[in-house]
Design a protein around this ligand. Structure first.
Ligand SMILES: [Zn+2]
Length: 204
């Protein structure tokens, strides 16, 4: 998720899941990881769980933090780096200078605490440059995951942190923000999506 530019407005759009269940088999080295932008097909994959948090997985996580900071994000999911694994990283402070705020989530299980308590806020995505959309989401979540060292943890999150967790977790199921808004709102960014499709170079 990219840094929010300001407060969002209220809206009431039901989410629309459109992920395609596909099993990937990528096991990249950290140096292979680079920012992937729409319409890269890796962004539409359902990611697979990490079997063991080994040195290579940790090095890939570290590379994801680098990419996130390099592109001024506050969260990055593995498929955005070209890796089809159930992993995302977050630092809502968004600064390398504040490493205390950074967290890795491996094989996260996200549970909504209260589906009815929802809020709308403008989101951006590093994989959708130039696109910002008001996305309505539940406010509070509970997450179980493994950390960068492979140790299990559970936490509850709300506000920007809770939103960022839901945004990044969506990436692991191939869901991008245009699928989380109404058809009308999606129409408003259709031209921009088409531009990205035309500009996309699989080798860049
Ligand atoms: Zn994103």
């Amino acid at each position: 998720m990219s840094t929010p530019s300001g407060p969002g407005r209220k809206s009431s759009n039901p989410p629309e899941g459109d992920s395609e269940a596909r099993q990937g088999h990528l096991r990249p080295s950290p140096e292979d990881l680079r920012l992937r932008v729409y319409p890269d097909p890796v962004l539409r994959q359902r990611c697979r769980p990490v079997e063991v948090v080994d040195d290579r997985v940790q090095a890939c996580i570290d590379r994801m933090f680098e990419l996130m900071y390099e592109h001024q994000g506050i969260g990055l999911a593995a498929p955005q780096a070209g890796w089809d694994a159930r992993v995302f990283v977050i630092n809502v402070i968004g600064s390398e200078e504040e490493p205390d705020g950074q967290m890795a989530f491996v094989n996260p299980q996200v549970e909504l605490i209260d589906r009815d308590e929802r809020d709308s806020f403008e989101e951006g995505c590093l994989s959708l440059p130039g696109i910002r959309l008001d996305v309505e989401r539940p406010m509070k979540v509970r997450v179980q995951a493994l950390d960068r060292e492979g140790n299990p943890f559970t936490l509850e999150a709300e506000d920007l942190f809770g939103r960022c967790i839901q945004h990044e977790n969506d990436h692991l199921d191939g869901i991008l923000i245009p699928s989380r808004v109404s058809t009308l709102r999606r129409m408003a960014v259709r031209g921009k999506l088409r531009e990205l499709e035309e500009e996309w170079n699989p080798n860049s």
